[in-house]
Design a protein around this ligand. Structure first.
Ligand code: FRU
Length: 560
């Protein structure tokens, strides 16, 4: 049965959508057919309609389920307004822009509100993070055809304050239709680069059509430049397609991050890989950004990581900070033998001279003891190094039926302490966009909670602290400090994995909660624990038993 809706479209309006057959769509003006897709293929496909003169059109479609993800925009104003989401319902078309999209997202009682998430479908790593002019850009790994991982695109959002985001059109598409090929792969992770002349570009990996998730695929590095509006990527050019096979680099060869290196007078790039099975970071050099030469491994993980399942480094980050250089890596596949944790990120701090990285210590700093903090990417913004990470661990999924999967961390600011440890703290912008309102100071430490994010700060002796949050009496999470160790327990834990960290000697703890996302900070940010809980995510009571001084506040969005 045909469903029809009338809409007024401005001249030049663009409709982009992904659809899978059976199904069809037709756009007409009075009785004249303007554009149609008469039969969608039986795999997801991408369609784009460019409207001509401004006017009223009728959009007709036959099966709502065929329309997987659709949005429209006026190219002249999309940077300010963002996209208009088109939902092809069984009863007709619903279109939402800006605050209407936010309101719809907030109407999901289980969706975190203070953390970025995609409107619909699957999201993973943050990509291409940068600030251009006064605008913060966040790109992310996105699968537009469903709420599970699949052929990768780059989603895009912008913000004026690092906290409130506008959704923009999909920025990067895979080089061909991977669904049609029955393959995975696509536009994988990458980063932004601002050249010395102020031009902006993005380097990313394309995993070419792959038929196995774990081996035998090919990954190449691509470059795309953008015009001033940063809405669509130019066609991407492959700048590096051969891996150093002679060094034992097999299929994993991805996630470029680059910089201009003053001392070398040339560009440098790191890639995540494995050398004969050991997770490794590779260093490349270039004089022109288009031709890259392999300069050798910058870091190779000790055998114990490979022996415990690590297959490669993912999303390497390498940047100067406080007079030192910091390397951050994810070891895909690794399980820590002592705690059972996996999905860990590690940092090393050291010196970078003559294209060699000399860490201060061989000891890797586990960046987040909660393990739902992965693929972190950082970038320079003025005097600050800002980072976001993807809050996910393949172990636990959102309950089926959610319109989306994946959230980003709060923006974090990175620094080093005097002993050279990497610290992460929530960026100051949070206080402006989500100001704190004190909840009170109950003598028995038992507080009623509204369904809004909260921020709990403890100052003083933390030993023996026990924080228990519940929803209708059922456990949401529990945090303990015993014998100098901080631990987080969620209802889903069966005790096989230990999520804990040493906090001895510290007298401050911060716990931020937003509908199942917990971000915990201690030791000035040297200890961070991020966990994503999917059950009882709206605690209505929290009991704080501690000899430290507790200050609990609600976080409510500042209305502009
Ligand atoms: C990390 C990662 C990256 C890759 C991307 C694919 O989560 O596996 O290494 O580029 O995700 O979506």
């Amino acid at each position: 049965m045909e469903i029809r809706s009338s809409v007024t479209l401005p001249a030049g309006y663009t409709l982009e959508f992904w659809a899978k057959g059976p199904g069809a769509i037709r756009i007409s003006e009075r009785d004249a057919l303007l554009w149609q897709a008469p039969a969608f293929p039986d795999y997801p496909d991408f369609f784009r309609y460019h409207h001509g003169e401004s006017g009223d059109v009728t959009v007709a479609w036959d099966r709502s389920e065929a329309m997987l993800w659709a949005y429209g925009y006026d190219p002249a104003t999309v940077v300010e307004t963002g996209i208009t989401v088109w939902e092809f319902g069984a009863e007709g078309l619903t279109r939402r822009t800006g605050p209407e999209i936010d309101a719809w997202m907030r109407s999901d009682p289980l969706r975190p509100v203070m953390h970025f998430s995609p409107v619909r479908h699957w999201m993973n790593d943050p990509n291409g993070l940068c600030r251009i002019g006064d605008t913060w850009h966040m790109f992310y790994q996105f699968h537009p055809a469903g709420a599970d991982w699949g052929p990768m695109h780059w989603g895009h959002a912008t913000s004026a304050d690092l906290c409130n985001w506008i959704h923009l059109p999909v920025f990067l598409h895979p080089e061909q239709n991977y669904w049609r090929l029955g393959a995975t792969g696509g536009a994988f992770s990458g980063s932004a680069f601002e050249d010395r002349d102020g031009s902006h570009m993005f380097f990313f990996t394309e995993r070419l059509p792959a038929y196995d998730l774990f081996t035998g695929y090919r990954e190449v590095q691509k470059l795309t430049r953008v015009g001033r509006d940063v809405v669509h990527a130019s066609s991407a050019e492959t700048v590096l397609s051969t891996r150093p096979a002679e060094d034992g680099v097999a299929h994993d060869f991805r996630d470029p991050k680059l910089w201009w290196d003053d001392s070398a007078g040339a560009y440098r790039m790191v890639l995540g890989a494995a050398l004969h099975g050991d997770p490794a970071v590779l260093l490349y050099g270039s004089d022109n950004l288009a031709d890259w030469t392999y300069l050798g491994p910058l870091y190779r993980a000790p055998a114990q990581y490979r022996d415990n399942g690590a297959r490669a480094v993912e999303c390497p980050d390498f940047f100067p900070l406080g007079g030192k250089w910091v390397m951050v890596m994810g070891f895909v596949g690794y399980t820590e033998p002592t705690t059972g944790r996996h999905n860990l990120l590690f940092a090393l701090v050291g010196d970078f001279t003559g294209d060699r990285f000399i860490p201060n210590s061989d000891q890797l700093q586990a960046l987040d003891f909660g393990t739902d903090f992965y693929a972190m990417q950082s970038f320079r913004a003025g005097e600050r190094q800002i980072a976001f990470a993807w809050l996910f661990n393949w172990e636990y999924r959102k309950p089926a039926g959610s319109p989306y999967s994946g959230e980003m961390s709060l923006p974090r600011e990175l620094s080093l302490d005097s002993s050279g440890r990497l610290l992460m703290r929530v960026a100051a912008e949070l206080d402006e966009t989500w100001p704190a309102a004190p909840i009170g100071n109950e003598p028995d430490g038992s507080y009623r909670l509204d369904d809004v994010p909260f921020d709990l700060r403890l100052t003083g002796n933390l030993e023996g602290t026990r924080i228990v949050a519940t929803e209708h009496g059922l456990p949401s999470f529990e945090i303990n400090v015993r014998e100098g160790r901080l631990s987080i327990q969620l209802p889903q834990d069966d005790g096989k994995i230990r999520y804990e960290a040493d906090v001895s000697g510290t007298d401050e703890l911060r716990v931020i909660h937003d509908r199942g996302i917990l971000e915990v900070f201690a030791k000035g940010g040297a200890v961070c624990g991020t966990r994503r809980n999917y059950s009882n995510v709206k605690p209505d009571r929290i009991v704080v038993a501690s000899s430290a001084y507790a200050c609990l506040s609600a976080r409510r969005r500042a209305e502009h």
